[in-house]
Write a protein that binds this ligand. Structure first.
Ligand code: FMN
Length: 376
């Protein structure tokens, strides 16, 4: 098998893997797939360290970087600073978050830590074009192995697409609606990643079985990657039958030994069924999918505050997420995960996952050929 994408990125397997964990990214690229590093909330300095490390650990294989280009902030919040936070976040929303954590006895942070956390978060938040470009400057210093940058949300700016192309990098973009395809193509995007309803993180209100073929049709000769729900080789075959050239996976890697997820999160992931995730705007202001917990349930209840627009909702809950990560109040703890979580039930490593995916892909294609030939 050799698709355009596999050729461009020197891949042996049609599998892209999104992860915030550099070990997963490097291991997937080493195993013949294409690892893509998530970069939300790393500073440019941290990003430089991460990319140096991955460059040294992919055995010369390429990888990608997923970037949150600056979002247009709500009116009046363009130059938001730490001092403004109290003004723009409604007190009732802050009270809701504090009361919920108190109900589950989650300790408060010392005042100093709380202030430092907020200052760091506001510093790393991509609100302005200048801040986004600082991170891209780092990425563009790694053209030897970074072979694709991907826009996590929205159409990437033309100037950045041009910079990437000059360095020989491809530009990808996540897309959840057919009407957005033309904007990406007009901007010069090389690869579209169709992220459907099942997927972890920001996704679509449309299921992948319906979304992928429509994106493929609208994309013309631009390659499309199917994102959402993939945990087995059978699903790779299905995605390729829909016209995708590869699959883009995230949830699948959360249960690997290389993953950054804690013991408790792994326990929750292996215990979860496909119905145990929820798609809601209470994480970032736009709908994302994550594991259900007492935290996500509380936001869904009547009387709970509505989600604030980006980036205010994530500013509101940043400290709460940090406290949950630090103290791990079991009922509240949640993590981004897609419906494929119901197909993960034991820990393995990246190589093992890749081996299982490709073995099942091979047998599926064989069975399909037999079926179509009438020998099945
Ligand atoms: C823990 C986690 C965090 C994610 N964060 C991002 C992100 O920052 N940017 C992004 O483009 N996608 C993010 N995603 C979504 C993935 O890129 C991908 O679209 C999705 O995981 C594919 O569906 P699947 O989870 O069913 O495999 C995240 C996924 C997971 C599991």
């Amino acid at each position: 098998m050799q698709t355009d994408l596999m050729h461009w990125f020197d891949m042996d397997a049609p599998v892209f893997a999104f992860s915030h964990c550099r070990d997963v990214v490097a291991a997937v690229s080493r195993a013949g797939g294409f690892g893509v590093l998530g970069t939300t909330h790393v500073t440019p300095e941290q990003l430089e360290l991460e990319l140096n490390w991955i460059d040294d650990h992919t055995d010369g294989r390429p990888y990608g970087v997923d970037v949150m280009f600056a979002t247009r902030p709500p009116e009046g919040t363009e130059q938001l600073s730490v001092a403004d936070v109290k003004r723009v976040i409604p007190p009732a929303n802050t009270r809701f978050v504090n009361d919920l954590l108190a109900k589950y006895n989650v300790p408060e942070l010392p005042r100093e830590d709380s202030e430092t956390l907020l200052a760091e978060y506001m510093g790393s938040l991509l609100r302005t074009h200048t801040e986004a470009v600082k991170r891209l400057d780092v990425v563009f210093r790694h053209p030897q192995f970074v072979r694709m940058i991907v826009s996590a949300l929205g159409v990437p700016p033309a100037a950045q697409i041009e910079r990437a192309h000059t360095l020989g990098m491809k530009v990808g973009a996540m897309v959840g609606q057919v009407r957005h395809v033309k904007h990406h193509l007009n901007a010069g995007v090389d690869v579209l990643i169709a992220a459907g309803y099942e997927a972890a993180g920001h996704n679509s209100d449309i299921a992948t079985l319906v979304l992928t073929p429509q994106i493929v049709d609208a994309a013309g000769s631009t390659p499309v990657i199917h994102a959402g729900g993939v945990a087995r080789g059978r699903q790779i075959a299905a995605a390729m039958a829909l016209g995708a050239q590869a699959v883009w996976t995230g949830t699948l890697w959360l249960g690997t030994t290389e993953s950054e997820t804690t013991e408790l999160i792994k326990k929750k992931i292996f215990a979860a069924n496909s119905g145990d995730t929820v798609r809601s705007p209470f994480n970032t202001g736009k709908p994302t999918r994550r594991l259900k917990s007492a935290w996500t349930d509380a936001w869904e209840q009547e009387g709970a505050p509505k989600a604030l627009p980006m980036p205010l909702q994530s500013i509101l809950i940043n400290e709460a997420l940090h406290r949950m990560e630090k103290y791990e109040p079991e009922p509240l703890v949640t993590y981004p995960a897609g419906q494929a979580v119901g197909m993960l039930n034991h820990q393995t490593d990246v190589r093992g996952v890749m081996y299982e995916l490709l073995t099942e892909l091979g047998t599926t294609v064989e069975h399909m050929q037999q079926t179509f030939n009438g020998d099945g």
